[in-house]
Design a protein around this ligand. Structure first.
Ligand SMILES: *[C@@H]1O[C@H](CO)[C@@H](O)[C@H](O)[C@H]1NC(C)=O
Ligand SMILES: *[C@@H]1O[C@H](CO)[C@@H](O)[C@H](O)[C@H]1NC(C)=O
Ligand SMILES: *[C@@H]1O[C@H](CO)[C@@H](O)[C@H](O)[C@H]1NC(C)=O
Ligand SMILES: *[C@@H]1O[C@H](CO)[C@@H](O)[C@H](O)[C@H]1NC(C)=O
Length: 351
């Protein structure tokens, strides 16, 4: 067996393994899509020349299959502009298409919330044969102005499911029956997370890496990756719906610059099989819903290479049946006392 001189071992190991390590740990989106049988895909068409806000809105309405056929909030904050960072690609193995204009979202000084900061719309990716998607991936690149002031945080695009266009965002908690949303957020100093409006049964809120807020979405693995301003960052978000709907075997995964940053399991993303993955949820703004989240300056984010993959197989992971804990109303006090008594016996046996 080869033995290295102790003083040089570290260097040797680094040289020998670093390139292999990088190559094997980075996962291009095509490989993720193939691993989950996502055989259908689509690429959002970008224009070949920059466009005014008005022409940008017309292009989105005409070509991006928007829910309700419109940009829900602040179309005036969107425009196709020249790529501000053509020579600052995401540090990842995937090839980026870096030609042509990119989509810019503007956040005006003093603005926060979806009504006047950034923009919001959702895409309904309809299949031609009427089949539904039980697993979906969105991949896109995002850039922030050089020196971007993150303030307290803001929303970034992700995926949406179910046809209730007002539920599962904006403080309308999910009941699992008609929608879900899985967006991203940046937080202070650019810390990244998945921000989801989904049910929270089986004590999900007490699990490591999960922060719940009674009125809003849940934060999944905050700080597991970090956005960098002044360059492109590649996002790949995978959502595998739980199946059947009363088993919490749903899964969300986030790859940042093609490295896996989040793999959250045991999720009940929906409680009804009528909720399926419907498409890209472009939702970006500072906030939060009060002015402590507002941006002091007018700033921008940029988007390019937006692609979706979909498949008809839901999650096949094992998961717990959704417990009574999330549905206390359906069980009487007697049942709870029995549960406590049984719990005591179990604990005694375990000890
Ligand atoms: C679950 O699905 C994955 C991805 O499609 C597949 O590779 C794996 O074999 C499946 N596992 C089981 C137990 O069916
Ligand atoms: C890159 O994007 C441009 C503009 O959207 C498009 O015309 C071109 O086909 C793309 N190239 C590749 C390699 O995807
Ligand atoms: C896509 O499907 C949704 C839900 O069934 C429907 O409301 C919408 O009109 C469809 N859009 C197109 C362009 O077919
Ligand atoms: C959609 O969601 C909103 C907000 O949660 C709710 O008030 C409304 O009743 C839902 N609409 C339907 C048709 O269920």
């Amino acid at each position: 067996m080869f033995r290295c001189p102790p003083a040089l071992c570290f260097l040797y190991t680094l040289l020998a393994t670093a390139p292999v390590y990088v190559a094997s740990q980075q996962t291009a989106v095509e490989r993720i899509a193939s691993a989950y049988g996502l055989t259908t895909s689509t690429t959002f068409p970008f224009p070949s020349a920059t466009q005014s806000s008005t022409d940008t809105e017309a292009l989105l309405v005409g070509q991006w299959s928007l829910g309700k056929g419109r940009v829900q909030d602040s179309p005036g904050n969107l425009a196709f502009v020249s790529d501000p960072f053509p020579n600052k690609p995401a540090p990842s193995s995937s090839k980026a298409n870096s030609t042509g204009p990119v989509l810019q979202a503007t956040y005006n000084a003093g603005s926060f919330g979806s009504a006047d900061s950034g923009s919001q719309w959702y895409n309904l990716w309809n299949t031609t044969d009427g089949s539904t998607f039980q697993t979906m991936v969105v991949s896109y690149e995002v850039a922030f102005d050089e020196g971007f002031d993150w303030v307290k945080g803001g929303k970034l695009p992700g995926l949406r499911g179910g046809l209730n266009s007002t539920g599962c965002s904006g403080g309308h908690a999910s009941n699992g029956k008609d929608c879900f949303s899985t967006r991203l957020m940046w937080r202070k100093n650019g810390a990244g997370e998945i921000y989801a409006y989904i049910p929270t049964p089986n004590n999900l809120c007490s699990q490591e890496g999960i922060n719940c807020n009674s009125d809003f979405g849940i934060s999944v693995q905050r700080g597991s990756f970090g956005f960098v301003s002044g360059q492109w960052n590649r996002i790949t978000l995978l959502v595998r719906l739980n199946d059947p709907p009363n088993v919490a075997n749903g899964n969300v995964q986030l790859y940042f610059n093609d490295f896996k940053a989040v793999d959250q399991q045991n999720l009940q993303i929906r409680s009804s099989s009528s909720v399926t993955a419907n498409g890209f949820y472009f939702s970006t703004f500072f906030g939060g819903s009060d002015d402590s989240w507002a941006t002091p300056n007018t700033v921008h984010t940029f988007y390019r290479n937006i692609r979706l993959w979909g498949g008809s197989a839901p999650s096949n992971l094992t998961g717990q049946v959704v417990s009574a804990a999330g549905r206390t109303a359906t069980f009487g006090l007697g049942t709870q006392l029995l549960g406590l008594a049984l719990g005591g016996v179990m604990t005694a046996l375990w000890l």
